[in-house]
Write a protein that binds this ligand. Structure first.
Ligand SMILES: [Mn+2]
Length: 272
């Protein structure tokens, strides 16, 4: 059941969406178009994997609705909405344009967003944490004698980080921090994100990538994942007071998580 009147615009301060995968036939562009046409915001963050260049390379697929999504976003940018595009791994090529403004859309490798109540959130796609997460099951099976492996991983990981202009981050220290919790991929991802948020001295992190929407407070920082428009059709929105909520926008609208103070994370669907 929709908590909003059917035709009224939804007015929020900020909208975060990611993992739209335009150019991939799994994209739920119709629902997204409906959402974009109904929502009014000061700032729209596109948190990566907006255009699926990997899929387009395999086979070209670009229906009218996907074009309409692009046009709707560009129209918002033209009409005064600040649009910030933080590319992901499926649209990695756009990372080369860090700092550029194309069609009123700001392209950023990552962004810092201050919510209305003053808290600062780092906005990035989330594939930055893949290497750490893939390593963890290996590490668990290797047990204590795995230092050589960890150091090699550390070297490789930091080579990648350096390429993207990140400072050094000790994988070993991170693994030590989390290895006690033998938990699944999602939890590892959330913890990696939270660890990075603390390391960077921000109040929280807003990301996508794993196609699993959620808001959770993890060891003093707020983890927000805006989900995706392939399976879950979710958006993260900030209201005028700086509260962050998750919406699922399909034929109906559900508030999955209202206000980010909640300690219970909302999770949906599977990682992708
Ligand atoms: Mn991704």
């Amino acid at each position: 059941m929709s908590p909003f009147p059917p035709q009224a615009p939804l007015r929020v301060r900020t909208v975060f969406i990611s993992d739209v995968h335009l150019g991939f036939n799994g994209c739920r562009a119709g629902f997204l178009l409906d959402f974009l046409r109904r929502v009014e915001c000061e700032t729209l963050y596109l948190v990566g994997d907006i255009i699926d260049l990997w899929s387009l390379e395999r086979s070209f697929y670009w229906p009218q609705q996907h074009n309409d999504v692009v046009r709707t976003v560009l129209a918002k940018a033209r009409d005064g909405t600040r649009v910030v595009y933080v590319p992901g791994n499926h649209d990695r090529a756009f990372r080369d344009y860090d700092g550029w403004v194309l069609g009123n859309v700001e392209i950023r490798r990552e962004a810092l967003h201050q919510v209305a109540d003053g808290r600062r959130f780092l906005v990035l796609h989330g594939d930055e944490f893949d290497s750490v997460i893939r390593a963890s099951p290996l590490l668990e099976s290797l047990g204590n004698g795995a230092y050589g492996f960890v150091l090699q991983l550390n070297r490789w990981f930091n080579d990648v980080r350096q390429r993207f202009g990140y400072p050094y981050w000790s994988v070993a220290a991170f693994l030590k921090h989390r290895v006690r919790n033998a938990v699944g991929y999602i939890s590892n991802f959330e913890r990696a994100v939270a660890f990075e948020a603390r390391r960077r001295g921000v109040d929280g992190m807003i990301c996508g990538h794993i196609h699993r929407a959620g808001i959770a407070e993890i060891e003093g920082v707020v983890y927000c994942n805006d989900g995706d428009w392939v399976e879950n059709c979710t958006a993260l929105v900030e209201d005028a007071q700086g509260r962050l909520s998750l919406l699922r926008w399909t034929e109906s609208v559900e508030v999955l998580s209202a206000g980010d103070a909640c300690a219970t994370g909302v999770t949906l669907g599977h990682a992708a």
